[in-house]
Ligand binder design. Structure first.
Ligand code: GCB
Length: 576
């Protein structure tokens, strides 16, 4: 799935801004509401019936097709309709897509005319069921209103979360580009086209100078400048169909490999420092925002982080493009969060039903999960910043049926991308003794909350538990291990001289305790604190206006723990 880019043969118009808006089964032509795109619609309005609406929401605007686009193919690219989108040109349904964090196109060529305008309507449905990724359950309350429940610990924001584009491609065009690099500058590439035709390939450096030409799927850059953590050098593979189409695909020359208990980037051991993040800001919800993008990366740099995980869904493409350019390392995660019926909104309990079964998460869920993996890899395969795929967060990998569920998905991911290691984040109940899937993956990513949900306020006990736990995984599986989540809820401004949960001092001491343990363990390859910033969740007695495990507040002010991390990570760099 090529990102729309302006080239000599392709044009595009961003359709962001204010759209007419309504909720309900169909667009309400009498609506007076307007909604911002991109943004979640939930927090824009004061009406709780909109914020808590379960079902369809509608966006409508008039769009003019440029005069010069006659004869071209004309498409609408929706970067994210969370979770289920329908695109109409006039009254005609043109495209439908399930999966809230990956893009899709609606080809409207036969329904519009260059130089004229048309009415574009996009329906967005936020319902999650046992066969969607992420999963959820819908109930009907006593008043007859639909209610959405889900296992994941972030608010089910919905809407057009990313840009919408009107874009043109020539009739005969390039449909896909795949780039694989080696450290000596050898580029293995492949292209797909809308009809069989010859494709010419040139490689351009960052200044636009031609540094290689392709033949038979191979090009060779002499003395390549590598894409490195902290230094994101990018080349462009320019593919062209003579007289028809040109497309430029940015890429970096770098390799990724797991060897023994090392995670290697360009053959060098790499140690991950950073966070699990969220796409979450006040008012905009999960809507992409370039100002927060720039500021968040500034804060990553300030705190000395070299990486993050796109917990718990694929992020906006702008985020990965930015990471590519600035050398930030990314673990790219699907939206498969909550495949665990022992967890309810971050709280735990005895599983009421087995997680993996035909009645709960079975073949249909797995098919949706396979689709999510396929679309993630199709979108993000050429990003040098992406060094690993995370196929799921906190599945019930300790339960019956987990292996049968995951084995085909791991196989699929390896077929789609044989070059990047695979991981998943292991939940607290999945231990080295009872986990059934870790051997299928390359890197052990462990989520643990010793000192928070377990041994609350008792860091001495927590330290013992943590070390025993991590050593157990390493001993059984002998693979690189990283901490993909560790964190403590912290109310900014709350202080104490004792180890008091929720205080800024406790969060800092909690992190310092973890770091002592990590430093004692060989084969440890990284630490991602949960979370970068406070974020919104569904209501719950364990959440105070959201999850407060951020090292930064929701408006990105540092808590005391940020200083602890800054001291450590700035001196660690990319190695331990
Ligand atoms: C987890 C989840 C994350 C939650 C976090 C918490 O294990 O992966 O989504 O937000 O715990 O704070 O409870």
């Amino acid at each position: 799935m090529l990102k729309p880019r302006p080239t000599a043969t392709r044009e595009q118009i961003r359709l962001d801004g204010l759209w007419r808006f309504s909720v309900g089964d169909a667009f309400d032509t009498g609506t007076v509401l307007e909604a911002a795109v991109p943004a979640s619609y939930n927090d824009l309005f004061t009406d709780p019936a909109i914020r808590d609406h379960v079902g369809w929401a509608w966006y409508r605007r008039t769009v003019r097709v440029p005069r010069g686009w006659a004869g071209e193919r004309i498409l609408v690219r929706v970067e994210a309709a969370t979770h289920h989108g329908r695109v109409y040109a006039g009254d005609t349904l043109v495209a439908e897509h399930v999966g809230g964090y990956t893009p899709f196109d609606a080809d409207i060529t036969d329904l519009v005319t260059a130089g004229e305008s048309f009415v574009l309507t996009i329906g967005v449905n936020n319902e999650l069921t046992e066969t969607t990724i992420p999963p959820g359950t819908i109930t009907v309350d006593q008043a007859g209103r639909k209610r959405q429940q889900y296992q994941h610990d972030f608010y089910n924001y919905a809407g057009l979360h990313r840009s919408v584009w009107l874009h043109s491609v020539p009739q005969l065009h390039i449909t896909d580009v795949d780039v694989l690099t080696a450290l000596d500058g050898t580029i293995n590439y492949s292209t797909l086209t809308s009809a069989p035709v010859n494709v010419d390939v040139r490689i351009l450096d960052q200044d636009g100078a031609v540094v290689a030409t392709g033949a038979d799927g191979i090009a060779k850059i002499d003395d390549p400048i590598l894409w490195q953590p902290g230094a994101g050098y990018l080349y462009t593979l320019e593919a062209s169909i003579d007289g028809h189409d040109v497309y430029g695909q940015p890429f970096g020359v770098r390799t990724v490999e797991v060897r023994g208990t090392d995670f290697l980037i360009n053959g060098e051991p790499f140690y991950f420092t950073g966070f699990g993040k969220h796409e979450d800001t006040p008012v905009r919800g999960k809507g992409h925002d370039d100002a927060y993008l720039v500021h968040d990366f500034q804060l990553l740099d300030w705190v000395g982080a070299n990486s993050f995980r796109t917990s718990h869904y694929p992020y906006a493409e702008e985020v990965l493009d930015f990471a590519d350019r600035h050398g930030i390392v990314v673990i790219d995660e699907t939206a498969a969060v909550g495949l665990n019926l022992a967890i309810v909104s971050g709280l735990t309990g005895a599983p009421p039903r087995p997680t993996f079964s035909p009645e709960t998460f079975g073949d249909d869920t797995r098919a949706a999960h396979a689709q999510a993996i396929t679309e993630l890899i199709a979108r993000d395969k050429n990003h040098p910043s992406v060094v690993m795929w995370s196929l799921t967060n906190e599945p019930a990998s300790n339960e019956d049926g987990a292996r049968e569920y995951f084995e085909p998905l791991v196989k699929l991911a390896r077929t789609l991308d044989p070059t990047r290691p695979l991981t998943y984040s292991a939940v607290m109940f999945a231990t080295a003794a009872n986990d059934r899937i870790a051997d299928l993956f390359d890197v052990l990513s462990i989520n643990r909350y010793y000192g928070w949900y377990v041994a609350t306020g008792d860091l001495a006990t927590a330290e013992q538990y943590l070390e025993g736990d991590l050593r157990g995984w390493l001993q059984r599986f002998g693979k690189p291990i990283m901490m993909s989540e560790y964190g403590a809820d912290t109310q900014a401004g709350l202080h104490s001289v004792w180890d008091t949960p929720w205080t800024e001092e406790y969060q800092a001491a909690f992190l310092a305790m973890h770091h002592r343990v990590f430093d004692r363990i060989d084969g440890f390859v990284g630490e991602h604190v949960w979370n970068f910033a406070d974020f919104q969740t569904s209501h719950g007695i364990h959440r105070v206006d959201g999850n407060k495990k951020g090292v930064f507040t929701r408006d990105r002010r540092p808590k005391a723990a940020a200083q602890e991390l800054r001291r450590r990570w700035r001196s660690l760099g990319n190695r331990k």
